[in-house]
Design a protein around this ligand. Sequence first.
Ligand SMILES: Nc1ncnc2c1ncn2[C@@H]1O[C@H](COP(=O)(O)OP(=O)(O)OP(=O)(O)O)[C@@H](O)[C@H]1O
Ligand SMILES: [Mg+2]
Length: 324
Amino acid sequence: MTIAIHESALIRHFNTRKEVLKTWEERIGARFSPFRGFKMPDSRLYIEDSDFLDSIVDLIITNERHVFIRGPVGSGKSTLMLLALRDLPTLADRSGNKFVTGYVGMTGLYEKQMASAIADSLRIKYKRSWESSQIIDAVAKESLRRYVEEKSRTALFIEDVADNQEAAFHKLRFLADLPTEEMMDAYTEALDEPIFTLVMSGTTMYWNAMLSFLPQIADRTEPLDVPPLSNAKAREFIGRRIAYAQNKIDVFDPENYSIYPFSDSAVDVINIATKGNPRDIRMLARGCQQVAAENLRNSGNPDVTKDIAKLVSEAYATLLREVH
Ligand SMILES: Nc1ncnc2c1ncn2[C@@H]1O[C@H](COP(=O)(O)OP(=O)(O)OP(=O)(O)O)[C@@H](O)[C@H]1O
Ligand SMILES: [Mg+2]
């Protein structure tokens, strides 16, 4: 009985909270919260750092090293991978080779799951009954064939690479070393360069683990640190999300847009507090929406001021300290 009473109080609390947020959203002409999380965000919400994206793609194209996109949780590693995956198939290296790309987004994989995921992502056929080494062999052979016959190098993107079983990781080492000595013997002239590039992502902690446990790959891998969003980019991040929620993303002009009801100084406060981490910017902006929505109810003003941003940033800093 008491449980039922508590439950209904809780539900009432959440319903009130929802209504308060909804009123703020309607006031600014939004159909939903600009700061809600999307499983598959619309690419028009992405802020591109073209210099950094170019540095990733250039490294892949020059074919000297594998790539490790390094950054804290929520810094935008996966987003950068998606952008590089978008660009790579339209490009060629200086010998005129094109690119075949594959993307493994799942983690926690065992050896065989990893082998299957790689083959699937590169659209390479195998039998379910095969062992992982047979599957990886098929991947190696098909990658070689694509290189020799179709002038296509393979670029395999692997998310949060260290979050997989160690045995799965060793499968990658074999691919990272292609072509094998045997292949080179068989194809003398045609095979004088690597044909398989790994583009991995992970945190600094995982990069360090790779340095100590898999120096064979790490030595030939370039770590690239995801840059934080600048204040100007954080502003665009918020502007795009507001425009999207208002159903105006199609006419979004990066040279001239509004972040109403946020103030510029509120965005600066948020960006400094989050060290330019997009996931955290979104969380703080959502916190600011909450406070501004309460204000709107009490005073009729929907603005997200610098003071609101400070309040939310401080609460967030306390929360993080408690988590750590
Ligand atoms: N350049 C960007 N422009 C707009 N939104 C971005 C950008 N980068 C990241 N985001 C958003 O920030 C959130 C986190 O990004 P993402 O998932 O790419 O980070 P991550 O580093 O891969 O995180 P994790 O360590 O959790 O895998 C997502 O909601 C994403 O849409
Ligand atoms: Mg990610």
